[in-house]
Ligand binder design. Sequence first.
Ligand SMILES: NC(=O)C1=CN([C@@H]2O[C@H](COP(=O)(O)OP(=O)(O)OC[C@H]3O[C@@H](n4cnc5c(N)ncnc54)[C@H](O)[C@@H]3O)[C@@H](O)[C@H]2O)C=CC1
Ligand SMILES: C[N+](C)(C)CC(=O)CC(=O)[O-]
Length: 487
Amino acid sequence: MARKAAIIGGGVIGGGWAARFLLNGWDVAVLDPDPESERKIHAVLDNARRSLPALSDLPIPEEGRLTFASSIEDAVQDADYIQESVPERLEFKRDVLARIQAVAPNVPVGSSTSGFRPSQLQEGAINPGAVFVAHPFNPVYLLPLVEIVTSPANEPELVNRVQETLRDVGMYPLHIRKEIDAHIADRLLEAVWREALWLVRDGIATTAEIDDAIRMAFGLRWAQMGLFETYRIAGGEAGMRHFLAQFGPALKWPWTRLTEVPDFDDALVDLIAGQSDRQSGHHSIRELERIRDSNLVGILRALKDRNWGAGKVLRDHDERRRSGVLDAMVGDLDQPLVMARMQVLPGWIDYNSHMTESRYLFAASETTDAFLRFIGADMDYVAGGHSYYTVETHIMHLGEGKLGDRLTGSLQVLHADEKRLHVFIRISRGEDVLATLEQMLLHVDMKAGRSCPAAAAILDRLMPIAQAHASLPRPEGVGRHVGQRSG
Ligand SMILES: NC(=O)C1=CN([C@@H]2O[C@H](COP(=O)(O)OP(=O)(O)OC[C@H]3O[C@@H](n4cnc5c(N)ncnc54)[C@H](O)[C@@H]3O)[C@@H](O)[C@H]2O)C=CC1
Ligand SMILES: C[N+](C)(C)CC(=O)CC(=O)[O-]
């Protein structure tokens, strides 16, 4: 049975939480008194459905059930997890938490608060131990970080359980060592934000120029290495010590106005809002969200290819899901085995507006790799020095994949012996086969650089499948060479 999350407050952040849980297969109940809330949540969900599935080549779980509750009691009933995302006012949040705990005192309830400490939220609570801060980042359905801030009232067992829950929906819980106003990330962001306001107010730069200064340079560095690793490199071969010796004294000069706050008078608000309108007003907010989301997907996928930073979180999430997905997909062993489910992503489309040829080979690799893991030739096996290498592939293109198409990769074993694995892969959209790939793989001793028999445990899994597939009709196209007439 699907687990249930109750989302209390369905604005910018509550909507993002709802999408994160729903697209990871949880049922979600949203409570928000705003009469427009349902429309807004659906708009956020539409954007999330375009972007989140593109982070992985595994199929996303079946979407959970979304309901709109009419009361807190209704929303939190049977909930496994509760997330509060109401406006940032302490008394208001305390009141909402008290109403939640009057009906669900023992369910973990995370607060999205950007600045309050958990002990402030826990004051006067019915069960302070179940209340903690789970501070996410916009868009919650794409960005993995969630700052977990706790107080001594929170038992380690609950904190571990909450982190597990959030990992399950693809997030990266960072447990902050000590509670502090505004946690970690918002302290850093506020420093930049405050300085930027001065630069605009003093006429040094426009909002667009400040954004360029960030996105053309250090924003890119921060996205993949953060601050300290970046500065270590900036110290040259001598590293961080040299960097500190060179730039540490400059902190005293001082370049910034960090402790001062500009007056938010009408003149400053008009200046910033006016410049922002000129910079970005030709896009609606939902359009800007879509631009942001597809850029984020591109960056995250690049990091995922490198197994680095936020990309490593995506990979780990795939690994956690992979075995469950495979078990649910494979089906009868005496039929071609559905080993991969994929979606045609924007980066797979070429100048002919269809799925580019190299991606068919990629789709086949995903299929074969899943099969190899299925028979036990997984990463541990490879780490032991043995693997399968592809020595020949023949691709036939039979149809056109289009952006967003959901594809399956199925695999039929044509022949297997202790060294050779000869397979036939179909890349299909529903019943339509878009491409077939015939491949020969050889089992190799990677250190020696030559073929050798596979381990007995691998053959024990492989050979029964090969025998079962031997009675399947031989697929049309097996053994074809380029230029051969069909029929
Ligand atoms: N906007 C952002 O970038 C981020 C905000 N946060 C935090 O998330 C929380 C919510 O912020 P946003 O979503 O930006 O605000 P928002 O104004 O977009 O959403 C707040 C929602 O709460 C609803 N609400 C008001 N009274 C309620 C009640 N009694 N019960 C249920 N819902 C109620 C409102 O109708 C509104 O839809 C705040 O604590 C904020 O600090 C955290 C991370 C980022
Ligand atoms: C502006 N903000 C303080 C609400 C921002 C956050 O809390 C996190 C984010 O998404 O930047």
